[in-house]
Ligand binder design. Structure first.
Ligand code: ZN
Length: 73
């Protein structure tokens, strides 16, 4: 079982919605939702329950926390 694109739940307290988006679209999706629904306020956010895991995923996938490690198969 392998997923090329891990999806990440975005939760919005005000809209009471949870949306899964591909990791690649996460920043855009958050920004777009908050811009369109909340006038730019940061209301929607990544599900706090998986934020820690996401940090690992992002670190591995994008190398955000270790900029030297940008090896790709
Ligand atoms: Zn919202």
């Amino acid at each position: 079982m392998s997923t090329d694109e891990p999806s990440v739940p975005i939760v919005c307290d005000e809209c009471e919605t949870e949306t899964r988006v591909p990791l690649d679209d996460l920043a855009d999706a958050l920004e777009k939702h908050n811009a369109e629904k909340h006038g730019g306020d940061s209301v929607a956010e990544v599900d706090p329950a998986i934020k820690d895991r996401l940090a690992d995923l992002v670190a591995e996938d994008l190398g955000l926390f270790d900029e030297e490690a940008t090896e790709r198969p």
